[in-house]
Design a protein around this ligand. Structure first.
Ligand code: PMP
Length: 407
């Protein structure tokens, strides 16, 4: 199937080697959260066993080691995204926190009633609700790029949607509900031509494809570690340095200051200005290890293997009568959303679990997408590089079992 030795790769993920309800686990819920290789688990373990202390403050050995590990991880994220400087990488809890930060610290000071924020119909709630909240706070309007029945964006009206009132275009790179890869280069070029800043929600892109923020020419890029084989509670915000420099801090507290008195506080330099309080140091260390791991495998190899899996799974599901795939975009990554005729997706999820097949059933935090298709939920299988053709067999068998039960 690919250049990767998947059997060897799977040995790095001990959690995959288990039985669930008497069946070999097929973990096909990677879009919700990915599993962690021993290299990541060990990096976190090693940090807590040997180096743990608070960062940036201590002169003692452990604090220096912890600081080096934390800042070393930042440098890995910089390389991973091909940002120009470590100062452009802010550690956050995840994509959600990063989007809220940009909404409140970058857009809010520059927006007034009647201004517009442009998102799309296929966004995750994390790239909808922070903007809605901002609209409520300021009287700005949320505008939405429409979608088509294939689950692609309808860009025919984009030139008008990007106008002199648009304060930001906030757009996902890959849809978590449908797997659609959006044509970002074209969209960003259009926004750029009108000097409209762009935030890219890369939560579903970074596990699957090479990302280069300079080539994309976005102003902000956000992602979560837990979807790319790193711990939960850590993620990153990339922002162009000049923009981050000009932004006020988001949260106040320790670490984000140079000096404090009751009259006046001097804020710290980038990136610390945006990292108030003790950060998730071990999480950052784990994220750095996950980046190393992915780069060792080769992100192109990862993408090729997953693409092959998605193609095979799509063809096999298309052949099953009574199965409807939701989201048939030409460019897709790793997500297969589907419905089984006359069976509620939640029942699908439960019956699959009895077969050891872990998928997600629900609205996938993308309720407007469900509303578009007139459904409440889908069943969603989502792949990572450690998945196999045998697991697609398990998926297909689980569908057949479900159909037999409901026949
Ligand atoms: N955007 C997309 C496209 C996502 O899939 C997710 C997570 N499902 C998020 C944002 C939010 O990520 P997190 O919950 O890790 O902050």
């Amino acid at each position: 199937l690919s250049a990767l030795d998947i059997a060897a790769v799977r040995r790095d993920f001990p959690i995959l080697d288990q039985k669930v309800n008497g069946h070999t686990l097929a973990y096909l819920d990677n879009a919700a959260s990915s599993q962690k290789p021993v290299q990541v688990i060990e990096a976190v373990n090693q940090f807590y066993r040997h180096d743990n202390a608070n960062v940036h403050r201590g002169v003692h050995q452990l604090s220096q080691r912890a600081t080096d590990a934390y800042e070393g991880a930042r440098n890995k994220v910089r390389g991973f995204l091909n940002a120009q400087s470590d100062k452009e990488i802010i550690f956050v809890r995840g994509a959600t926190e990063a989007i809220n930060l940009v909404a409140q610290s970058f857009v809010r000071p520059n927006i007034e009633a009647g201004d517009e924020i442009l998102i799309s119909h296929i966004e995750h709630h994390a790239n909808i609700v922070p903007w809605q909240m901002l609209c409520e706070q300021t009287g700005a309007k949320l505008k939405v790029i429409p979608m088509t029945v294939t689950g692609e964006l309808d860009l025919s009206g984009l030139d008008d949607l990007l106008n002199s009132r648009t304060k930001i275009l906030a757009i996902g790179q890959v849809s978590n509900a449908l797997g659609t890869i959006n044509p970002l280069k074209e969209m960003i070029a259009k926004a750029r031509a009108k000097s409209i800043p762009v935030l890219v929600d890369g939560a579903q892109a970074v596990p699957h494809m090479k990302v280069d923020v300079q080539e994309l020419d976005c102003d902000f890029y956000v992602f979560s570690g837990h979807k790319m084989f790193a711990p939960t509670g850590i993620g990153a915000l990339y922002g162009k340095q000049a923009l981050l420099e000009a932004m006020p801090p988001w949260q106040g507290g320790g670490d984000m200051i140079l000096s404090v008195s009751f009259d006046h506080t001097e804020y710290n330099a980038l990136p610390y200005k945006f990292e108030a309080g003790t950060p998730h140091i071990a999480g950052a260390v784990g994220l750095g290890a996950a980046i190393d791991y992915m780069q060792d495998l080769g992100i192109d190899n990862i993408a090729a293997h997953e693409h092959a899996l998605l193609d095979i799974a799509t063809q096999r599901l298309q052949q099953i009568k009574g199965v409807r795939i939701i989201g048939t975009a030409k460019q897709k990554a790793s997500v297969l959303s589907f419905m089984i005729e006359d069976v509620h997706p939640h029942d699908v999820g439960t019956i699959f679990d009895q077969q050891g097949v872990a998928i997600r059933a629900g609205h996938h935090c993308a309720q407007p997408v469900m509303q578009f298709f007139g459904i409440a939920a889908t069943a969603r299988a989502s792949f990572a590089f450690y998945n196999t053709e045998a697991e697609i067999d398990a998926l297909v068998n689980a569908i057949k079992t479900t159909q037999e039960l409901f026949a």
